[in-house]
Design a binder for this molecule. Structure first.
Ligand code: PGA
Length: 239
């Protein structure tokens, strides 16, 4: 894993966007996987600008959602689906046939797991933009997870259940999530882990200084030397 510190979030976003442009230039039908949430939003906004300027042709890319809360779907503000659609898929005018995400309201979550596993095993992942939770989670692969799993259902940690309330405009009782698994994420051709803002500075330090361990999921990304851990000045202030 390579740590790269940027003086500003904007420089960091520029670098990620150029990487994505390059991925699509090399492979116009690239499979791109995005975390939802606050961190990747500026990257998505910049990609929307590129699309509107007609600079990059996104018409053949495929999009994968990384994770979802169980018990909600796109109709609930704060679901990953809602954030991905509103921040990214709708303004990018992606077609439905380009998009594959988890349905957290499905009556058969095992089918959701099989469907997403099948897509990932058929198409692979060319690029994944990951965020990092305050507890080091990757997607919803929470501390003490099993890194050998593909998509799976997880019990959310206490800290995640606390943090997640920021996404929702009403109170929700969600204790489980569904996520792509570490095994399939680690096989992605290009992996960027992104962290911005002071509140991520402690976990950034822990990840940088710790040996790989399932207690801090992001540390296991160290298995790959080419993973880019991109942080802005605030998130990187302790390293
Ligand atoms: P955030 O979430 O981007 O909204 O900080 C990160 C995460 O918990 O994975």
């Amino acid at each position: 894993m390579n740590l790269k510190k940027f003086d500003s979030e904007s420089e960091l976003v520029d670098r990620i966007v150029s990487t994505i442009k390059q991925v699509i230039k090399n492979k116009p039908d690239a499979v791109l996987c995005f975390a939802c949430g606050e961190t990747p939003r500026p990257v998505m906004n910049r990609l929307v600008e590129l699309r509107n300027a007609g600079v990059v042709d996104f018409s053949r890319v495929r999009l994968l959602g990384l994770d979802e809360w169980i018990g909600v779907d796109r109709s609930t503000n704060g679901s990953c689906a809602q954030m991905l659609y509103d921040d990214f898929f709708t303004p990018m005018r992606f077609r439905e046939d380009q998009i594959s995400i988890f349905n957290g309201l499905s009556e058969c979550l095992n089918n959701e797991i099989s469907r997403m596993n099948q897509i990932v095993s058929e198409l692979g992942i060319d690029f994944v933009l990951l965020g990092i939770g305050l507890n080091g989670h990757i997607g919803l692969n929470e501390p003490n997870f099993n890194p050998k799993r593909n998509a799976n259902i997880v019990d959310l940690s206490e800290i995640t259940q606390k943090v997640m309330t920021k996404y929702f405009d009403k109170s929700v009782h969600i204790s489980k999530g569904i996520t792509l698994g570490f095994k399939q994420l680690l096989k992605a051709k290009k992996i960027i882990l992104m962290a911005t803002g002071e509140r991520k500075s402690e976990i950034v330090k822990e990840v940088v200084e710790s040996e790989p361990s399932i207690t801090i999921p992001a540390t296991l990304l160290k298995e790959r030397k080419d993973v880019l851990f991109m942080v802005d000045k605030e998130a990187g202030k302790m390293v």
